[in-house]
Design a protein around this ligand. Structure first.
Ligand SMILES: Cc1ncc(COP(=O)(O)O)c(C=O)c1O
Length: 340
């Protein structure tokens, strides 16, 4: 039998999926995979039921249904403060996972270098392998997960095609400060590199990060250099709906749309239709989400304190998956998800 591709030889089982499987096997609380163990907002599940009855059920336009892109552009314009044209700048993907892959395949040639801050979300390793990129790792150093500016400059001297920026950062919980982001932006400009962001946790930035979330694309001059990747997974507690997107300049978007078309054809039409409801949620929805996760974080850290374990206080992103009820009590329920 001819061998499978050498490209895949370096792939192991996903650490996250393995930990989920082992946690389920042993009845442990699963802290490894980032998804909520509560249902999405009721308005959203109701919209999904309506869509089941009314449709659409066939392919949407490959780069995303027009009404979804319009609602997304409006919402993101509000938060990012930059102009976003739903016809020219948005590609709807199957989660941020596909957005990152499509972005990498759209800009990276085999052998191109890509800077990755480490520790990093494990998919970036696979993204690099599949697109033929050579990762250049720059450490984020505990306890605060700072990076050495000279080290980053050294990495840029290798003429990378792009830098991957996960902010808020999984797995460290780091939230990059505006000053750090401006330093990165300066290097991207100086060395003419692109920045591919993964901002799935943009609405989960705890209030002890004074600046909140700073969108890299909104920094002066960075709109044209940035491919912003994100999704609805974490913000609306719909990780299974697989709705993500890229926001980029028109020319880059044109290429991303082609890659995306050949990868997946498109995101699920009925789920886009239902999710338009979420994109119209008022500001207080986001405040409520943050309050909920802040409470979860603080309960979890309290438990670590009591157990005598040391930790770095996460400034953003998910922070532990002990199940915390809305009244603040902890049930420790193991999620019934299958982990795939
Ligand atoms: C940093 C990061 N990016 C992307 C994803 C996956 O997001 P999506 O569901 O949008 O594909 C995760 C999920 O845990 C994540 O932690």
């Amino acid at each position: 039998m001819p061998a499978t591709s050498s490209r895949t030889a370096g792939f192991g089982e996903s650490v996250i999926r393995r930990m989920t499987r082992v946690a389920l096997e042993h009845g442990a609380i699963n802290l490894s995979q980032g998804f909520p163990d509560f249902d999405p907002p009721e308005d959203l599940t109701r919209a999904l039921a309506d869509t089941a009855a009314k449709g659409p059920h066939q392919y949407a336009i490959t780069w995303g249904a027009a009404n979804f892109r319009k609602a997304l552009a409006e919402k993101q314009r509000r938060f990012m403060g930059i102009p976003i044209d739903p016809e020219k700048n948005i590609t709807v993907t199957c989660g941020s996972t596909e957005a990152m892959m499509a972005a990498m395949m759209s800009v990276v040639n085999p052998g191109d270098r890509v800077i990755v801050f480490s520790p990093f979300y494990e998919n970036y390793g696979a993204n690099a392998i599949l697109s033929g990129a050579e990762p250049v790792y720059v450490p984020l150093v505990p306890p605060d997960f700072d990076f050495d500016r000279d080290r980053l400059r050294e990495a840029f001297r290798l003429q990378p095609k792009a830098l991957i920026l996960c902010n808020p950062s999984n797995p460290s919980g780091k939230v990059f400060s505006r000053e750090e982001l401006e330093y990165i932006a300066g290097l991207a400009e100086e060395f003419d590199a692109r920045v591919i962001t993964d901002e799935v946790y943009k609405h989960i930035v705890y209030n002890d990060s004074p600046a909140g979330h700073v969108y890299f694309a909104a920094l002066p001059g960075m709109e044209k250099r940035t491919i912003s990747c994100s999704s609805l997974s974490k913000t609306y507690s719909i990780t299974g709906w697989r709705l993500g997107y890229t926001i980029a300049d028109e020319k880059t978007t044109d290429v991303i749309r082609k890659v995306h078309d050949f990868l997946t054809v498109g995101a699920a039409a009925p789920l886009m239709e239902a999710a338009v409801t979420a994109l119209g949620f008022p500001q207080n929805y986001y405040a409520g989400l943050l309050a909920l996760y802040t409470k979860k974080r603080d309960v979890f850290l309290g438990a670590l304190d009591r157990a005598g374990l040391r930790y770095t206080k996460p400034r953003g992103a998910y922070s532990g998956r002990a199940h915390i009820n809305y009244d603040g009590s902890v049930s420790g329920r193991v999620s019934d998800a299958k982990g795939e």
